[in-house]
Design a protein around this ligand. Structure first.
Ligand SMILES: Nc1ncnc2c1ncn2[C@@H]1O[C@H](COP(=O)(O)OP(=O)(O)O)[C@@H](O)[C@H]1O
Ligand SMILES: [Mg+2]
Length: 301
């Protein structure tokens, strides 16, 4: 079944064989681990986006998905987890992520006979490495300076990390792979540390546009009206160009917000939907006005 999904992407035969070998490799997944396998649902503007990411992962390389917010990076990572049938452990660097959140922490447990003991609860990095699963590192450019050495070890060809909480050196098992994402938009994003960037193959994830976007909006939102869907596609095009010019903030062009607007527009006037789902999220009054002006040219009240 997944073989036919793989066939949708222009993959070299050797790469396909590697992926199928990974499927065949005996894997005893618990029910919880099975739940960590992503689902398909990413639509590619260009099938090479998926093919190149699959190829890099099959060759044991780290993949960095680079694109503006809401362009489908997380969705693409889930598709990759699905295509490889590999559970994916996720970490988000934008929250206060420290060594414990990555590697794990100690808790007080009990041995069942009334004695307390210290248990170690493994974190996502340790779990993914030891079990040979995928690790998804979201917003890796936001990682704190004190977690960078851990990430460097994870991404390094040696694939080892020292866990200070257990005094153990964790070595990655076969199958371990890293997918990271960075919100590299048009303006004002924190650049990725050079040492980290060096360790990745970079895949650009652009916003979906045109007919592909229309199909996505129809599939993922409540809005089914053909004329309105066309106008929302035009709205997206105009918003992306404004974001590119720096006239509105990045979030204004996000497909996530666009989907919200389409959902609402199935039940209220499109202009109100756009105000609620897109314009009013922006902090700057001029940016809100710019979004509404574009919307008014496309939709009549
Ligand atoms: N190319 C795409 N294929 C499928 N869904 C997409 C795509 N682009 C955006 N989306 C939709 O937009 C939402 C945001 O996508 P997400 O993967 O979370 O973006 P990112 O991680 O880049 O911020 C998703 O929930 C999905 O519904
Ligand atoms: Mg994301």
């Amino acid at each position: 079944m997944i073989e036919s999904e793989l066939a949708r992407y222009p993959l070299a035969d050797r790469v396909k064989r590697i992926v199928l070998d990974i499927h065949r490799r005996e894997k005893q997944l618990s029910d919880d681990e099975r739940l960590l396998i992503g689902s398909p649902g990413y639509t590619a503007s260009d099938p090479n986006v998926v093919a190149d990411a699959v190829t890099a992962l099959a060759l044991g390389k780290n993949v960095l998905l680079k694109g503006p917010t809401g362009s489908g990076k997380t969705k693409l990572a889930e598709l990759l987890s699905h295509l490889f049938q590999q559970p994916m452990h996720m970490i988000n660097c934008s929250v206060d992520l420290d060594a414990e959140a990555l590697l794990g922490h100690k808790t007080l447990g009990s041995d069942g006979e009334g004695h307390s003991r210290i248990d170690f609860v493994p974190g996502p990095v340790e779990k993914a490495m030891k079990r040979g699963h995928f690790l998804y590192i979201d917003e890796i450019n936001m990682a704190r300076a004190d977690t960078l050495p851990i990430l460097n070890g994870v991404l390094d060809y040696r694939r080892t990390v020292h866990n200070p909480f257990t005094a153990e050196t964790v070595r990655a098992s076969e199958g371990f792979a890293v997918i990271a994402a960075i919100n590299e938009g048009y303006i004002g994003t924190t650049p990725l540390n050079e040492a980290l960037k060096n360790r990745f193959v970079v895949i650009d994830v652009p916003y979906l546009q045109g007919d592909a976007l229309k199909a996505l909006l129809r599939r993922q939102s409540s809005l089914q009206d053909d004329v309105l869907l066309d106008r929302f596609v035009a709205l997206s095009r105009d918003l992306i160009s404004k974001a590119r010019d720096g006239q509105i903030a990045e979030e204004g062009a996000s497909i996530r917000s666009l989907l919200d607007a389409c959902d609402l527009a199935a039940f209220m006037s499109p202009l109100r939907a756009i105000r609620r789902a897109i314009a009013d999220k922006l902090d700057d009054e001029r940016e809100r006005a710019a979004v509404l002006t574009i919307a008014e040219t496309l939709f009549d009240s």
